[in-house]
Design a protein around this ligand. Structure first.
Ligand code: FAD
Ligand code: SIN
Length: 527
């Protein structure tokens, strides 16, 4: 692997091109006209969790039937007692303004025949409050944001650029850093995947918007890019991390063995009245929660898991046969088509579904301004722990979180950007010590092993014994990966594996430390 000797300088370095990264870059570009903004992303411009979002974005849009108080209450209830109430209030109250901005940037949300926005419902919401674009809301948001970003003259958008590590005093002053210490972020080392060289990007401000880490599990709705790079990079740079034990499993991923990632059957389908039935056709949600199919996700996913364990069957069913097909197809064309392609006609067939990893509630700690514990490192979106979600995220609050914290970060930088000095003495990437490539297949084996460990031992229902097993096995993988990492030529696969192991280990450790069941965390030993 060659290291480029050039330092790529910009005022703002944005890592990631989902809703969090793009909305931050756009705002910054529009308002700091003389500033230079570089977005790096590890795949195609639009390949990210955002692109696959189906249900939509929650906001109190129609105050004649809904209120901020109700949205706040629903978020707090879903979060199971550990949301930060001030943050929840701030996000909910800012939501309409951010949604209007997204609309002004060109995002099209569905409207009813009378011209008002069509508002959907999902689990845990007491009102219809979800703006959506059919069942492909995320793809529409990415389309609109990318179109806008491409027009901004002060943004450079680099695809297939993979951030390896953040640059801090550790590299700049060659000194060991400790968590809790004042540490500054000066940019990132980035692998140009097409040229196979490591570039050094220095920046006054770095925005971490790298999304989640669903790929640590065997069954996930997250695309293959979701490998927890941002959380792992921030952890190595000694940023504060928390709430990693709160993994959200979506109750209704399409059961289609061999398909990876799992295709989602949006919760909005249950919002329209779809019913869960066990393998033998019986309804079962009443046994678990009065809200039945529209209880919050943690409750529904655990209920399904319990039914599957009791019956030994591989999936349950989602019954849409009683719904108005014309209206269903209009709202969910993508889901209808997907089912049809597998021979499932939703007019007469039940859809086979089972839970799949979907979202991580924890991550890099940020305050309400989007600031991490490292100076000049901001973060937004799924990579963060902002206090909004607590132990379990309310459906369709995630895209919203990205929008709000990216905006808040920008607002904060309006006040302090002029005081931030350009980084000096940033060293280029050190590529010494590489011996030769080890067999690539080892990386594949290890990646599969992480998934198996996490799915077997750190899933919906955990236990002390399971967590211990996971911890031991992950330690071995960590050692093996360290040897590979220290002696092989760098590749995206290898770096991703390193980050998957790190975030899997963090989830396990945080789970071991949790002493009560809450939201997305459940241990059979704590009942
Ligand atoms: P992402 O959109 O995941 O973007 C992360 C970006 O970082 C990507 O561009 C990625 O390539 C880049 N990146 C990562 N690592 C690196 C690296 N090392 N170097 C360079 N670039 C990197 N939420 C809702 O609110 N409503 C919904 O309806 C909804 N539906 C969903 C449906 C599905 C199938 C899934 C998977 C999620 C859904 N979610 C939904 C959750 C939501 O989509 C995500 O939480 C949200 O989009 C995260 O946005 P983000 O910008 O933080 O991250
Ligand atoms: C869905 O459409 O069910 C996903 C919504 C979300 O993750 O918030």
């Amino acid at each position: 692997m060659n290291a480029s000797k050039k330092i790529h300088k910009s005022d703002f370095l944005v890592i990631g091109s989902g809703i969090a990264g793009l909305s931050f870059a756009l705002k910054t570009a529009q308002n700091f006209k003389d500033a230079t903004i570089t977005i790096i992303t590890k795949n195609e411009k639009n390949e990210c969790n955002t692109k696959y979002a189906q249900g939509g974005i929650s906001t109190v849009w129609d105050k004649t039937v809904d209120s901020f108080e109700q949205h706040i209450e629903d978020t707090l209830l879903a979060g199971d007692g550990i949301c930060d109430e001030k943050i929840v209030k701030m996000v909910v109250e800012e939501a309409p303004e951010r949604l209007q901005e997204l609309i002004d940037w060109g995002t099209k949300f569905d409207k009813t025949t009378n011209g008002n926005y069509s508002l959907g419902r999902e689990g845990g919401h007491s009102q219809d409050r979800i703006l959506h674009h059919k069942d492909i809301t995320g793809a529409e948001i990415e389309r609109a944001l990318i179109e806008k970003v491409e027009k901004a003259e002060n943004i450079t958008f680099l695809t297939y650029h993979y951030a390896i590590d953040l640059i801090t005093e550790h590299q700049v002053k060659k000194q060991q850093t400790k968590r809790q210490e004042k540490i500054t972020c000066y940019g990132a080392y980035v692998l140009d995947e097409k040229k196979s060289i490591v570039k050094t990007f220095s920046a006054k401000v770095t925005m971490l918007a790298t999304g989640g880490n669903g790929q640590v599990y065997s069954t996930t709705t997250n695309p293959v890019i979701a490998t927890g790079d941002g959380i792992a990079m921030a952890y190595r740079a000694k940023a504060e991390i928390s709430d990693m034990e709160f993994i959200q499993f979506h109750p209704t991923a399409l059961f289609n063995p061999g398909e990876y990632p799992a295709f989602l059957i949006s919760e909005a389908v249950r919002g329209e009245g779809a019913i869960l039935r066990d393998y033998y056709g019986e309804r079962f949600m009443k046994k678990y929660d009065d809200r039945e199919e529209l209880a919050s996700r943690d409750i529904v996913a655990r209920a399904i898991d319990n039914e599957l364990k009791k019956s030994g069957t591989p999936h349950v069913y989602l019954d849409c046969t009683h719904l108005d097909y014309k209206a269903f197809k209009k709202h969910f064309p993508n889901i209808t088509e997907k089912c049809m392609s597998l021979g499932i006609d939703v007019r007469k067939d039940y859809i086979p579904v089972s839970p799949a990893q979907h979202y991580i509630c924890g991550g890099v700690n940020i305050n309400k301004k989007g600031k991490t514990s490292l100076k000049n490192l901001y973060a937004s979106g799924e990579v963060t722990r902002s206090g909004l979600h607590g132990a379990n995220r309310l459906a369709s609050n995630s895209l919203l979180e990205g929008l709000v914290f990216s905006n808040n970060a920008y607002e904060n930088l309006k006040k302090r950007f002029h005081k931030i000095k350009e980084p000096i003495n940033v060293p280029v990437w050190n590529d010494s010590g590489v011996v030769k490539n080890m067999e690539k297949i080892l990386i594949t084996h290890d990646r599969n092993e992480v998934k198996t460990i996490m799915s077997n031992y750190v899933g919906i229902v955990r236990s002390n014994e399971r967590l211990l097993r996971a911890e031991r096995r992950l330690r071995v993988l960590y050692e093996d990966n360290k040897r590979l990492y220290d002696h092989s030529e760098l590749s995206t696969d290898l770096c991703e594996l390193r980050n998957l192991i790190t975030t899997a280990y963090l989830i396990t450790q945080f789970s071991k430390n949790r002493k009560e069941n809450r939201g997305g965390f459940y241990s059979a030993d704590l009942v």
